[in-house]
Ligand binder design. Structure first.
Ligand code: ADP
Ligand code: MG
Length: 399
């Protein structure tokens, strides 16, 4: 795989470089509520700009339906990117049309421009190779003869999309700094991690995380289960779960996992239950064996948090994906806070994966720099850990 360093060594001054970044930030109206992904994209863009490249950034925002939709305009992102870079970042009004061409033509050496939301074009996510290839060709045309492609949107490298995959077949492709950093961390987790290797999994659904559980179980020493998914495991143990999130069709799978690796899997001993999904619900803390009909479990309880904390304190390596409870609502944030704090306090090599988990770290005010790595790509890191091939990486290896 060719890397950003190799591209810089070749020399980029005056050349147009198309960078696929992941700038898919959460928005409240047009206010960015967490700019973590924009900040993570800065080093690669900055290095290219400082080397005199004319940087053309392409990215998506949200899930528009393959057509322009002002709600999903990258305008707030262009403004924030410009603030962080300390120079204006013009936003083309389209992706590969007249505005994109004139914006790119207007770039000076070291300048950075952003193309409008790549998912405004239905060809980006098309299942049809020819359709995606056509868009990739139009993106490549924007950067012209001496143009190259830098793949730096780690959060999308598991997608076989025009701006991620196909474009690397029509332009010389290089892995950006963020992609390389993420891969290095994940290789450390799948190589020979320092032991004990502890994985804390939460979030909403077992079905989302089943593949990663299956592939990590043989490698890990302890799996700490929380979040909505713990209730399907509890049901598999024969416990009542009241109105908690339950994936009934997954109970048999959870039974099998418990039979195969029950000594490694740790389930909550107590649970915070509520009579409704709201910040001012009535709540109680009950033992796992005493869940109540009509009540839902929305967080792990304090006994569980302490027990998980003890396991994490001893860990050599930690991978954490998925909040332990509904941390967005204050009464159900303590389990996630306690687990995150235990990771911060431990000396383990620690990796956080998953958009909501990363958001929890920031919104609960934990020090980001006390985790060894906070991944920008939830789905991509899970697929890597599952042993799946990531199309956006594979194409850089063999275009
Ligand atoms: P990540 O993005 O980190 O991979 P997920 O997307 O899998 O995490 O899950 C995050 C969501 O899981 C959060 O919005 C959180 O509110 C929810 N969640 C956690 N615990 C529960 C629970 N007990 N019941 C329902 N939802 C839960
Ligand atoms: Mg999520």
């Amino acid at each position: 795989m060719r890397t950003l360093d190799e591209l810089l060594a070749e020399g980029v001054a005056g050349r147009r470089v198309l960078v696929r970044a992941d700038l898919n930030v959460p928005l409240d109206g047009d206010t960015i509520t967490d700019d973590g992904r924009i900040r993570a994209s800065l080093p690669t863009i900055r290095r290219l700009s400082e080397a005199g490249a004319r940087v053309v950034v392409t990215a998506h925002l949200g899930r528009p339906k393959g057509a322009p939709d002002p709600k999903f305009s990258l305008a707030p992102v262009a403004a924030r990117l410009g603030e962080l870079l300390g120079m204006p970042v013009p936003l083309a009004a389209d992706l590969v049309g007249g505005s994109a061409r004139s914006t790119v033509d207007g770039l000076v050496d070291g300048g950075v421009a952003l193309l409008e939301n790549v998912r405004f074009d239905a060809r980006e996510t098309s299942k049809d190779d020819a359709e995606r290839g056509e868009l990739a060709g139009e993106l490549a045309a924007l950067v012209g003869e001496s143009g190259v492609f830098v793949s730096d949107g780690f959060g999308v490298v598991h997608r076989k999309q025009a701006s991620v995959f196909d474009v690397a077949r029509v332009l010389p492709g290089y892995a950006g700094g963020l992609v390389l950093a993420e891969l290095e961390v994940l290789r450390r987790l799948t190589g020979t991690p320092d032991r004990p290797y502890v994985v804390a999994l939460g979030g909403s659904k077992v079905s989302d995380k089943l593949a990663v559980i299956e592939s990590l179980l043989p490698q890990l020493d302890r799996l700490l289960v929380g979040g909505g998914m713990c209730f399907t495991f509890m049901a598999a143990e024969g416990l009542g779960v009241g109105d908690s999130l339950l994936e009934a069709e997954m109970i048999d799978t959870c039974k099998r996992l418990l039979a195969e690796a029950g000594d490694k899997i740790v389930l909550p001993a107590d649970v915070v239950i509520a009579d409704e999904f709201s910040a001012d619900a009535n709540t109680h803390t009950v033992l796992a064996a005493q869940m109540r009909e009509g009540w839902k479990g929305l967080d792990i309880g304090p006994i569980t948090a302490e027990r998980y904390g003890e396991v994490l304190a001893e860990a050599g390596t930690v991978f954490w994906n998925g909040p332990m409870g509904v941390f967005e609502l204050a009464p159900f944030a303590e389990g996630t806070r306690a687990v995150a704090q235990a990771i911060v306090d431990s000396t383990a090599y620690s990796v956080v994966g998953g958009g909501d988990s990363a958001a929890a770290v920031r919104t609960l005010g934990l020090p980001e720099d006390r985790f060894s790595h906070i991944s920008t790509g939830g789905g991509a890191s899970l697929e890597f850990l599952e042993g799946k091939e990531l199309p956006g990486i594979a194409v850089l290896e063999t275009p």
